[in-house]
Design a protein around this ligand. Structure first.
Ligand SMILES: [Zn+2]
Ligand SMILES: [Zn+2]
Length: 189
């Protein structure tokens, strides 16, 4: 009996979360630029928990090797505080920043639904194989080298909406000034 109550509760929670997500998605379409709406969405976002990966990385890992563990980012007269303990290459559904040692600042902000490990390995492979991407073009410049790249998790996102993730990504691009020509992000839209 206790078991079936638990099941009903779980199903109810899943249903409520799905309903909130629909409200969120609809609101993003209808009120793209409304600050009030985004504050509302943020408050919902904190309540919706997706299944986050708890795996840790055991072996030698090229992504963990280049991961930064910053608690705040200072840019000019602005300080952006980061939540503690958002590092580890197995984290999923997040916004990350790529820092360039030569340029001495964050040059790129990206988002991924997958793990940091998977996404960053793609960037590293692009650099290694000279694939024509914004990230590769920066780190393969003549005065640069591939060791100049490090990565910081900027924010983990607690819902699965791609629109919401991209909205937060765009905010970070603004904050860290990574849009061309200061950084290497290409402005969307
Ligand atoms: Zn790792
Ligand atoms: Zn650079």
């Amino acid at each position: 009996m206790g078991q079936s109550t638990g099941k009903i509760q779980r199903e109810t929670i899943v249903f409520i979360n799905a309903s909130l997500m629909m409200v969120l998605e609809f609101g993003l379409m209808a009120n793209k630029n409304s600050k009030e709406f985004m504050d509302f969405a943020n408050s919902i976002n904190d309540k919706i928990k997706v299944e986050l990966s708890n795996k840790t990385c055991k072996e030698e890992c090229e992504v963990c090797d280049i991961e930064r563990h910053e608690e705040k980012i200072i840019l000019g007269d602005k300080t952006f505080n980061l939540k503690k303990n958002i590092h580890g290459c197995q984290l999923v559904n997040l916004i990350y920043g790529l820092h360039c040692e030569k340029c001495n600042h964050y040059v790129y902000v990206g988002e991924t639904e997958r793990s940091l490990n998977e996404r960053i390995k793609e960037h590293l492979a692009d650099i290694r194989h000279d694939r024509d991407t914004a990230v590769q073009n920066n780190f393969n410049q003549e005065d640069h080298c591939k060791e100049d790249i490090t990565v910081q998790v900027l924010q983990q996102i607690y819902d699965k909406s791609a629109n919401y993730r991209r909205y937060i990504e765009a905010q970070w691009m603004q904050k860290l000034n990574t849009i061309r020509p200061f950084g290497i992000n290409v402005k969307k839209e």
